[in-house]
Design a protein around this ligand. Structure first.
Ligand SMILES: [Zn+2]
Length: 303
């Protein structure tokens, strides 16, 4: 190899290595938040956005209660803002009125919120919770059971409808959650939304707007709460076009997006032009402290 070529190769290698070294120098926020196993001793406050923030003064959801059990305890994600803990207690109590013993609770947030080393882009400010679709069979599950047991799928194989696991109790619990003024939106597998669109009464459909179809979410539903009053550092989610046009229940757009566009994509008439790839958005897993609101530093360093 000529000296010239050698120098070029060396230059290329340096180009490849240097940016990596530079990003390695800055610790990832998910490692920092993931290392904290207790809440910050601060006034409770969600800080930032659901997918880019942290949580001051989170509260631990007791691992077991009269109407709930937290699952996958090894993850230590049964922490949330007080409004979230109250909401979970209330909804799980309601579940007992429709024939369930309560609710199995999946991830809420880490003790101090923040980005996570695995799973979820959101769940960062203590206002998101995953609730299992599996009806509660026992509230006396051991820690080991809670690692091993799986939830159940409510989506049919053709992906267009719910399957036999879907019950009137599921529908009642989800509707109750949607009617709760603390709730901003609920993410579900599209067939659940389609089922609601078919079965909801014509006069009582306003709450349907809060039920949002999204990929996955056939083993659990995800409840997102609004920023509580007075929490100035909390960034409210922008309403979608749907929400802005009053009275819309989102049923047409769900069917359009999921059944028509996603499951049966229209055949392209012309070959699509290769378009420039959109600039890649930084994922929550790559965030450093600089990507989070400034107050998150104090959340992390608090006792
Ligand atoms: Zn979730």
């Amino acid at each position: 190899m000529s000296t010239f070529r050698l120098a070029r190769v060396a230059g290329l290698i340096a180009l490849l290595i240097l940016p990596a070294a530079a990003t390695n120098a800055e610790p990832k926020a998910n490692q920092l938040f993931g290392a904290k196993d207790t809440a910050s001793r601060q006034k409770s406050q969600p800080i930032g956005f659901y997918s880019q923030g942290c949580a001051a003064g989170n509260v631990e959801l007791p691992e077991s209660g009269p109407t709930w059990q937290a699952m996958r305890l090894s993850r230590n994600r049964n922490w949330g803002q007080p409004v979230m803990i109250d909401f979970i207690k209330d909804l799980s109590a309601y579940a007992t009125t429709v024939g369930w013993k309560g609710l199995y609770i999946g991830d809420i947030s880490q003790p101090r919120g923040g980005p996570m080393t695995s799973g979820h882009a959101s769940h960062q400010i203590g206002l998101d919770v995953d609730i299992w679709m599996k009806p509660v069979s026992s509230l006396r599950l051991s820690r080991r059971d809670r690692e091993k047991i799986s939830s159940i799928n409510v989506r049919a194989e053709n992906q267009k409808s719910v399957n036999g696991n879907w019950t009137a109790a599921h529908a009642a619990i989800l509707k109750k959650a949607a009617l709760d003024p603390r709730v901003d939106r609920i993410f579900v597998t599209p067939p659940v939304k389609i089922e609601f669109c078919k079965t909801a009464s014509r006069k009582d459909r306003k709450w349907l707007q809060k039920i949002r179809p999204i990929y996955g979410h056939n083993y659990h539903f995800h409840v997102r709460l609004k920023c509580p009053k007075g929490s100035k550092g909390c960034v409210t989610q922008k309403p979608t076009v749907n929400e802005l046009s009053k009275g819309k229940d989102g049923c047409d757009s769900t069917l359009q997006w999921w059944v028509t566009d996603y499951l049966n994509p229209p055949k392209a008439t012309k070959p699509a032009k290769p378009s420039k790839p959109a600039p890649k958005k930084k994922s929550a897993r790559d965030f450093t402290m600089e990507d989070l609101p400034g107050q998150c530093g104090a959340v992390l360093s608090s006792r």
